[in-house]
Write a protein that binds this ligand. Structure first.
Ligand code: 2AM
Ligand code: CA
Ligand code: CA
Ligand code: CA
Length: 264
């Protein structure tokens, strides 16, 4: 498949950082794991991957701003473009040797995400999306699932982490949903949950209290695959609120109907 110059830059950076993560996955015991807060792990793998991504993206597009989970905000001279990067989404999975983690790169122009790349080096699955041009998994065009009966749907959620978010509310949400869906999942890497919705593997996904780097690339992935993405209110912006709900238009609507009243 012929990528645009922009996607090429993002894919190259993701693949190089992916090789670094894969090397580190083989030597988890040497990774100097530390805690940023309760249940909030970071390792040398996260930091190395982010530095590589910063180096490659900065070299290819000098002046763009860069927001990364580990390095924070780095201002650029070009105020309209910002990379939004999670060098390792699913650190807990990674540190346990569970192959559900990814590099997530979004590009924001003004207030709009215009491109996203999500790469899982463990199984070499590469998701790309560009505004108006569709979403792809390893060169195959993606389309969200078409199911319109919630009791036929497989839906995933995220759970709040210790010290963050409302645990009681999360349990209420799951209780409300589990009797209505065909299957329930919790994978632990938000970018891949969103990518799975884009790929039609999951019919829906929601999670509260996420950060822009968890959502930026996945959000455009779902939209370019024909899905609907919002916050819990149904028409709010996940990048602003940190809450995300997605699926095809029908599933998204059903999820909002159930989740929105519970939050009050
Ligand atoms: P991370 O692995 O990059 O930190 C899973 O529910 C999602 O929440 C993942 O995208 C994960 O991203 C993020 N996450 C995991 N632990 C977290 C914590 N303690 N605080 C905030 N986000 C966390
Ligand atoms: Ca983290
Ligand atoms: Ca993350
Ligand atoms: Ca991370």
């Amino acid at each position: 498949m012929l990528y645009s110059a922009l996607i090429n830059v993002m894919v190259k950076a993701a693949r190089r950082a992916g090789r670094s993560l894969k090397r580190d996955l083989g030597e988890i015991e040497h990774l100097q794991v530390s805690l940023k807060g309760p249940a909030n792990f970071v390792s040398l793998a996260d930091k190395r991957a982010e530095e590589m991504l910063y180096t490659d993206l900065e070299k290819a597009r000098p002046g763009y701003g860069f927001l990364g989970e580990e390095g924070g905000q780095r201002e650029g001279s070009d105020k309209s473009h910002t990379w939004i990067v999670d060098p390792l989404d699913g650190t807990t999975n990674f540190l346990h040797g569970i192959p559900q983690f990814a590099i997530s790169i979004g590009l924001k122009r003004e207030d709009t995400i215009i491109a996203g790349v999500i790469y899982n080096p463990a199984n070499d699955e590469l998701y790309i999306a560009e505004r108006g041009k569709g979403a792809f998994l390893n060169d195959q065009r993606l389309r969200v699932a078409g199911r319109r009966q919630l009791n036929e749907c497989v839906v995933a959620c995220g759970l709040p982490h210790i010290g963050r978010g409302n645990h009681q509310l999360a349990l209420q949400e799951m209780a409300a949903l589990q009797t209505k869906v065909a299957g329930f999942r919790r994978f632990g890497a938000a970018s891949l949950d969103l990518a799975f919705v884009a790929a039609g593997r999951l019919d829906g996904f929601w999670e509260r209290n996420l950060q822009p780097w968890d959502i930026a690339a996945g959000q455009i992935m779902v939209r370019e695959a024909g899905g609907t993405v919002s916050g819990i209110q149904g028409n709010d912006d996940p990048l602003q609120t940190g809450h995300v709900v997605c699926g095809n238009e029908f599933v998204h609507g059903e999820l909002i109907k159930i989740l929105k009243p519970l939050g009050h």
